[in-house]
Design a protein around this ligand. Structure first.
Ligand code: S3P
Length: 448
């Protein structure tokens, strides 16, 4: 399931009770950052628990192209010998970031203040996604970008020879844009300031401090004001990548809707910038116990004991919660279909520019499974049918989007008739063991 090969149709049939332990792979956001920050440190960064999904493998390849030595020693065990801030060399060929918006946007930021030129491309999904949100602030440093219409890939970035630091208020709540600006600020003299009205995932800030950058975050009336002092020497780190809460969402939500289920999902991040789905599920009436709270890999985590929850009710998800659960709306909309009453998701237009237009992909697929949907540009409303009451039987288009594929395969586990997806190959970008992990818990997911 590489996400780069032929389409792989898959079908999910009604599952018996899910039982056992769901140990999901490493966090995708932290995995990308470990490789990129390691490449900018002087010396050897050691990483354990790295997600070996295609998105992260593409970032590893890119870091090699910019001059870092990136070595795999065993499952999830990698080292990066970095070239130092400003030490990137010009790549000899086009950088292909595959399906990964995080990969391409963070790497563009990282090279933007070094006087080299690089051309970026990606798969058909990534080539549709807007890059102007990153190249606009990068131009303030003196970086130039030449892409297709609408700021689309392929795109050539000419790094600034004499970068100036910038002060930038994010117009969209995006951790990718925030991170790209901070990474560019690393090689600009003086202080680069990023202001975000709504907090987004804070892995870049936490990890940059760990790697030795001078960075402070102040909460003001304007929002979070993040100040980074440029041109530090980054120190190599030992990074233990925690498990991915966005991947954990799939077995958790499957257990909530499959009758008789009782599973344990260890080490799920409780980072407030990532845990919006879990707050929402509890408000809907989900039976989730948060056991053994502790710290792992610098993140607060807990083990989640999750049982089938036949009494979940639809809710209105607070729009200000969107950044902390932005990747989880597709699977939430599946849980919503198996709940009673309607679930209203407002303030979610960012979903339209993810790996696919996720509002449209979920609306069409749920309709194909017999669920009533309402949508507008910024809203998705799912009319819940109650536990076990979703007819299923549809074939859902995944549009090169891993989370759409996984969401519909979870729906098939509890629907009355099987649910098919036209292409499950993108799952390999973020959760390569999805099929074996889910079947190990008791699912019946098969390649067609
Ligand atoms: C990510 C940020 C989010 C998220 C993506 C990972 C990151 O994107 O959807 O999967 O690692 O910074 P946006 O910044 O576009 O919201």
């Amino acid at each position: 399931m590489s996400g780069h090969g032929d389409a792989q149709p898959m079908k999910s049939r009604k599952s018996g009770p899910l039982k056992g332990v769901a140990a999901v792979p490493g966090d995708k956001s932290i995995s990308h950052r470990s490789l990129i920050f390691g490449a900018m440190a002087v010396g050897e960064t050691r990483i354990s628990g790295l997600l070996e999904g295609q998105d992260v493998l593409d970032t590893a390849k890119a870091m090699r192209a910019f001059g870092a030595t990136v070595t795999r020693h065993g499952e999830g065990a990698w080292t990066v010998n970095g070239v130092g801030v400003g030490g990137f060399r010009e790549p000899a060929d086009v950088i292909d970031c595959g399906n990964s918006g995080t990969g391409v946007r963070l790497i563009m930021g990282t090279m933007a203040t070094t006087p080299i030129t690089a051309t970026f491309t990606g798969d058909a999904s990534l080539r549709k996604r807007p890059m102007g949100r990153v190249t606009d602030p990068l131009s303030l440093f003196g970086t130039r970008a030449y892409g297709r219409q609408g700021g689309r890939l392929p795109m050539t970035i000419v790094g600034a020879a004499n970068p100036v630091p910038v002060r930038y208020a994010l117009p969209v709540a995006s951790a990718q844009v925030k991170s790209a600006v901070l990474l560019a600020g690393l090689n600009a003299p003086g202080e680069t300031v990023v202001i975000e009205k709504e907090p987004t995932r804070d892995h870049s800030e936490r990890m940059l401090v760990g790697f030795g950058a001078k960075l402070s975050v102040e909460r003001t009336g304007e929002g979070h004001v993040i100040t980074l002092t440029g041109q530090p020497e980054l120190r190599p780190q030992t990074v233990a990548v925690p498990r991915d809460p966005s991947s954990a969402a799939f077995p958790v939500c499957a257990a909530l809707i499959v009758e008789g289920s009782d599973i344990l999902v260890p080490g799920v991040s409780q980072n407030l910038t990532r845990n919006g789905l879990y707050l929402t599920l509890v408000e809907m009436g989900a039976d989730i116990e948060f056991q053994n709270p502790r710290e792992e890999g610098g993140e607060p985590v807990a083990d989640l004991r999750v049982r089938f929850s036949g009494n979940m009710n639809g809710i209105e998800v607070p729009p200000e919660r969107a950044p902390s659960m932005i990747d989880e709306y597709p699977i939430l909309s599946v849980v919503a279909a198996f709940s009673t009453g309607k679930t209203v998701m407002r303030g979610v237009k960012e979903l339209r520019v993810k790996e696919s237009d996720r509002i449209d992909a979920m609306a069409r697929g749920l309709e194909a499974c017999g669920v009533r949907i309402e949508e507008d540009e910024d809203t998705l409303i799912v009319h819940g049918m109650g536990p076990g009451a979703v007819p299923g039987g549809g074939t859902c288009a995944t549009h090169l989007d891993h989370r759409i594929a996984m969401s519909f395969l979870v729906a098939g586990m509890a629907a009355q008739k099987p649910v098919a997806v036209d292409d499950a190959s993108p799952i390999g970008t973020s959760f390569p063991i999805f099929e074996s992990l889910m079947n190990g818990l008791g699912a019946d997911i098969r390649r067609e």
